[in-house]
Design a protein. Structure first.
Length: 202
């Protein structure tokens, strides 16, 4: 008897990632809130392609877009469960402080390798007497553990890259000789996007 696999929606995948990260945070430290500021990690946890930060906190999480990115944040992430998209202000850390107010948070974890001294000072000022806790690269460790959906996506990306490169190679050396590296790279990217890629991995 054939069976079908239930496919998670993108919103469910992002929510699951945030839950895993929050559990790891609580396991590894006394912090009960976590401010994620690295652009790649913000996108990994929410799908948001603009600029902003993510706050993992008791009850629900918050996406705090930076100035000018509010509408984009609502469009891309406004319908996600357990994620509040906050209206942007000139000081995003004030929104962090408002979101954790009254939730019993005494210590806030931060990405130690990402937060500058200036931004750390601004965050500390916003949250008052709460303790800032520098955290190791928690999300980097979790990203090593791939879900089934992520493995399928990686395999698809490999097939797209191999197909695009193979198609160009099959045209023969004469098709490539005399062309600049930039020109070839641009065509390769174009071919990958025609096959379903949405961008380059690096």
């Amino acid at each position: 008897m054939a069976t079908t696999r239930k496919t998670q929606s993108a919103a469910d995948v992002f929510a699951s990632r945030r839950t895993r990260l929050y559990r790891q945070l609580c396991k590894d430290s006394k912090a009960t809130a976590y401010v994620v500021t690295r652009v790649a990690d913000v996108r990994y946890l929410t799908g948001f392609s603009g600029e902003g930060l993510v706050l993992l906190a008791p009850g629900d999480d918050a996406l705090v877009p930076y100035w000018f990115f509010g509408e984009q944040a609502q469009t891309e992430c406004g319908a996600q469960p357990k994620l509040t998209v906050v209206d942007p202000t000139r000081n995003p850390f004030e929104n962090v402080a408002k979101h954790i107010r009254g939730k019993g948070v005494r210590a806030v974890g931060v990405q130690a390798e990402e937060l500058t001294v200036v931004r750390q000072t601004a965050l500390q000022k916003a949250i008052g007497k709460k303790t800032l806790t520098p955290m190791p690269n928690l999300q980097g460790y979790l990203r090593l553990l791939k879900t089934d959906a992520e493995v399928r996506t990686i395999r698809k990306a490999v097939r797209v890259a191999q197909t695009a490169l193979g198609d160009m190679a099959n045209l023969g050396a004469s098709y490539l000789v005399g062309r600049s590296e930039l020109d070839i790279a641009a065509e390769l990217e174009c071919r990958m996007k025609q096959l379903g890629a949405n961008g380059l991995g690096f």
